[in-house]
Design a protein around this ligand. Structure first.
Ligand code: PEP
Ligand code: MG
Length: 884
């Protein structure tokens, strides 16, 4: 089955992209597809992803069948380009690259110029009539091979290069002559032999086998593993390997290499965006070693740059390239991120993929592409990843605030962030884990920095362009980033960042504006985001296809206001215990809990009634007739009992107890498992005066506000029908009393949380007393998995890493287990009471994957934190489109 071991593309090879990214990897599938639509792609072959697993099964060896098939693959390339692999007269050189199903920028290894040895280098020199180019290619190859395949430290090679430059009295690599580079090749070979005990392998086939093994091996490197975990990419996917004829952007002034986006990835504007370098190889652009030039004249003029843009320096090739961008966009119907090389005036495309973009750009592109007739509105809704909306919804710097700008770099990833300077990734991760806001400041980032970048609020680099590692990764993560701020320098020994004569020791607070590229001293206030324009339009399309309603979990006036601004269609969960955290209130709540008898409790409740009534009235006013679900008290006791001396004294006074008596009560009330203790409806059943006060406050507030409010009163932590029946009786009795006093009635419903496994199983009985169910998947996860919500953080990471749960089950619903309980609860509840209203109010209500699950269960609404409401609106629309 040679066809499955190797998939050739380019030239006369049959179209192969139908095999898909799953098999060919993203990079391979797109190369095959570009070749199939007639774009100029150097010929090559793909070793499919399935071989990656076989490589690991064989203990890190390439299967023999693959080794046999390599000759066929090489023969295809040789035929197409008319060169020979290892042929000293006319040598074929190849690149060996990784390519997983989804792109993992910079996470895996690449080897270029493979096939060079002491003989073929001479052939290359002759054929290109450019000995300098040949020896430069060879020394680059040795360095990459030494680093990637042989695992040698790249500093060994860089030091040798620096030494050579010093010795020759030059500062730039380009100033070294062919002879210098030849001497450097000898130095590099000596380094390899000294470090590995073996001479550098001269046989091109041995080189190729080594490089393929190294690419497969890099799939399990630390940095790739971290990236996979952060991006939910399964380990089992594996990477494909693409072996492709080399083309050279470093063959003189008519050669160049570059990267381009068909639209601006920061703003979404439809204009070519990118960078290129004349007489360079691709890695030079990506690594940020030389400062690249602009592609278009407009971009160069805007930046007042002197070096000619590609449009000016190579007008014919640029026009051809721009035409290919149009073809690619029409074909893929999306913005593309492209790598290209010009070899002696001839253009080659080396890669295309869907361009990563900021949230703002995603919105703009989706809208524009609908206007251009490229995609439909439904496709536009599906195009935007709900998770990226987070970027848009967060505040930006207040333009009126005073800014002490200390440096300016490139606006690499938008958003604003303040935090303490940290100078390395490990420190960033550590300080962030302790709750500190940090800004990671580096000369330039590399894939090793990925964990620190994720932990940081923002990223600042001294070097690198808009397509440098820091910029690409930060945009993908939604972290604000300023790159290439050349005025700053970093002294790792003294652990300070310097700007001119100013020093900023690690820990100093700075602010970044990723939209302007400015770096400022200190903390700067921010303002709320603008939610009109492209955002509003896309959300309107999303709302048009959405079936589930989206509500918010909110109980403060501020959160309710935010929720409405973000488009919440009601409150799905007002946690009344959260309304008591204020200093003037908590003391009465404590007195209520700790008061030994009903009299003491009623006295404390009398203090709380007017506060609750006013709070509810405020919520009803803000929500202006939208549904509001108020949950009766559910305080896990350990969160509410006093512990500090002063608090104990204050509560004793308020509860009318001696400090000593209060201490005795505290000991009595101490619980070993407070999450499974006297909370939720258990407290309401022990002390019916609590639901009585709360129900009274709700009804009185609704009558006071008089805006057609129909309160939904929710009972927490119900396991049995009888519990709900008892609490509901108190609520109904109180309602009648209030209505009689006021001489007026309002409509209301009493429903329940379904958050315990028993409640899901007995949902049929419970529905007899419930006007609605709201799935509390936080407690449901805690109790179904038997994992304490409060203690999970210590070990759940290990579980996710070991693949026991694919993601943190408190973030994304465990669809197989907790999901089945939800399905049972929904089905039994509806069977007992057709048309029963069902919602979800656990944290999962704001998680796109969980929202898709909820759509599958045909829930009526999801409820989530106010900031996540737009994410939930979009995710619910996508779920409706996907479920059909
Ligand atoms: C839940 O358990 O899912 C829930 C929403 O309630 P809480 O988080 O307040 O326990
Ligand atoms: Mg709960």
């Amino acid at each position: 089955m040679v066809a499955r071991l190797l998939v050739p593309f380019g030239g006369s090879a049959p179209a192969a992209h139908q095999l898909g990214k799953q098999h060919l990897g993203g990079k391979g599938a797109n190369l095959a597809e570009m070749a199939a639509i007639g774009l100029p792609v150097p010929p090559g072959f793909i070793i499919p992803t399935t071989l990656c697993a076989r490589y690991y099964e064989a203990g890190g060896r390439l299967p023999d069948t693959l080794l046999a098939a390599l000759a066929d693959g090489l023969a295809h390339i040789e035929r197409e380009v008319g060169m020979g692999f290892g042929n000293p007269e006319n040598p074929l050189l190849v690149s060996v690259r990784s390519g997983a199903r989804v792109s993992m920028p910079g996470m895996m290894d690449t080897v270029l110029n493979l096939g060079l040895n002491d003989e073929t280098v001479a052939g290359l020199a002759r054929r290109s009539a450019n000995p300098r180019f040949a020896w430069d290619s060879y020394r680059r190859f040795l360095q990459m091979y030494g680093d990637v395949v042989l695992g040698l430290d790249h500093y060994l090679f860089e030091d040798a290069l620096e030494l050579m430059k010093d010795d020759r009295g030059v500062t730039l690599d380009t100033q070294l002559s062919a002879e210098d580079l030849q001497a450097l090749v000898a130095d590099y070979q000596a380094i390899i032999e000294k470090e590995t005990g073996q001479p550098f392998p001269q046989a091109p086939l041995t080189q190729l086998e080594g490089a393929i093994g190294a690419v497969f091996g890099s799939w399990r490197s630390d940095r790739a593993s971290v990236y996979r975990r952060l991006n939910d990419i399964p380990e089992s996917w594996g990477t494909a390997v693409t072996v492709q004829a080399m083309v050279f952007g470093n063959m003189g002034e008519t050669s160049a290499t570059g990267v381009a986006f068909t639209r601006d990835p920061a703003t979404g504007e439809k204009r070519i965006f990118g960078e290129y370098l004349i007489n360079a190889q691709g890695e030079d652009v990506v690594a940020g070693i030389r400062t690249p030039q602009y592609l278009t004249r407009a971009a160069r003029e805007k930046a007042s740059a002197r070096d000619l843009s590609m449009e000016e320096a190579m007008p014919a090739v640029f026009a051809e390239l721009a035409g290919m961008f149009e073809t690619l966009e029409r074909h893929y119907r999306d913005c593309q991120d492209i790598e290209f090389t010009v070899q002696e005036g001839r253009l080659w495309l080396l890669q295309t993929r869907s361009g990563k973009r900021t949230a703002k750009a995603a919105m703009r592109m989706a809208g524009d592409m609908v206007d251009e007739g490229l995609i439909s509105r439904d496709e536009a809704v599906l195009r935007v990843d709900p998770a990226v909306l987070d970027q848009l919804l967060h505040p930006t710097l207040d333009p009126a605030a005073r800014r002490q700008v200390i440096a300016v770099g490139l606006p690499a990833s938008p958003g604003a962030a303040s935090g303490a300077i940290v100078l390395d990734s490990a420190t960033a991760a550590e300080r962030a884990a302790h709750g500190e806001d940090v800004i990671l400041v580096r000369v330039e980032t590399s894939p090793e920095d990925i964990a620190g970048m994720h932990a940081a609020r923002g990223i600042l680099t001294a070097r690198g362009g808009m397509t440098s590692h820091a910029a690409v990764v930060a945009r993908g993560m939604g972290r604000p980033c300023v790159s290439g701020a050349g005025q700053i320098s970093i002294d790792m020994d003294a652990r300070v960042m310097r700007v001119g004569s100013h020093s900023f020791p690690e820990g100093s607070i700075i602010t970044l504006d990723g939209a302007s590229g400015e770096v400022m001293e200190g903390h700067i206030p921010t303002i709320e985001p603008e939610l009109s324009g492209d955002f509003a339009r896309l959300m309107e399309w999303a709302d048009g296809v959405r079936r589930m309603k989206v509500r918010a979990n909110a109980e403060t006036p501020e959160d309710c206001t935010t929720a409405r601004r973000f488009g919440a269609e009601g409150i799905g969960l007002a946690r009344t215990e959260h309304m008591f955290f204020g200093a003037d209130r908590i003391v009465h709540v404590r007195a209520m809990i700790l008061g030994g008898d009903e009299g003491a409790r009623r006295a404390a409740l009398a203090h709380l009634l007017p506060m609750q009534r006013a709070d509810f009235a405020e919520i009803f006013r803000i929500m202006a007739g939208l549904p509001v679900t108020i949950r009766l008290l559910d305080p896990p006791l350990h969160e509410f009992l006093p512990s500090r001396e002063a608090e104990i004294a204050e509560v004793a006074l308020s509860a009318g107890l001696s400090v000593q008596a209060l201490r005795r009560r505290l000991v009595e009330l101490h619980e070993t498992n407070p999450m499974l203790g006297h909370r939720g409806c258990r407290l309401l059943i022990s002390y019916p005066e609590i639901p009585e006060m709360q129900a009274r406050a709700i009804f009185e507030a609704a009558l006071d506000v008089d805006q057609g409010v129909e309160p939904e009163i929710m009972v927490p932590l119900v396991a049995t029908a009888r519990e709900l029946e008892l609490v509901k009786a108190v609520i109904d009795r109180t309602a009648e009393a209030v209505f009689a006093e006021r001489g007026r009635r309002i409509a209301y419903t009493v429903g329940t949380m379904i958050e315990l496994p028993r409640a899901a199983l007995r949902a049929g009985d419970i529905a007899a007393h419930a006007g609605f169910f709201s799935f509390g998947t936080n407690d449901m996860t805690q109790t179904a998995l038997g994992i304490s919500r409060d203690d999970a953080g210590r070990f759940l990471g290990d579980y996710v890493e070991a693949g026991i749960y694919p993601r943190d089950p408190f973030v994304s619903i465990d669809a197989e287990g907790v999901g089945e309980l939800v399905a049972i609860g929904a089905e039994r509840g509806r069977a007992a009471r057709p048309g029963l209203k069902l919602g979800i109010c656990g944290e999962h209500g704001g998680d796109p994957a969980s929202i898709l699950f909820c759509e599958g269960q045909r829930l009526d609404y999801v409820s989530c934190s106010p900031w996540r409401v737009p994410i939930a609106r979009l995710a619910a629309a996508q779920a409706a489109l996907r479920q059909g």
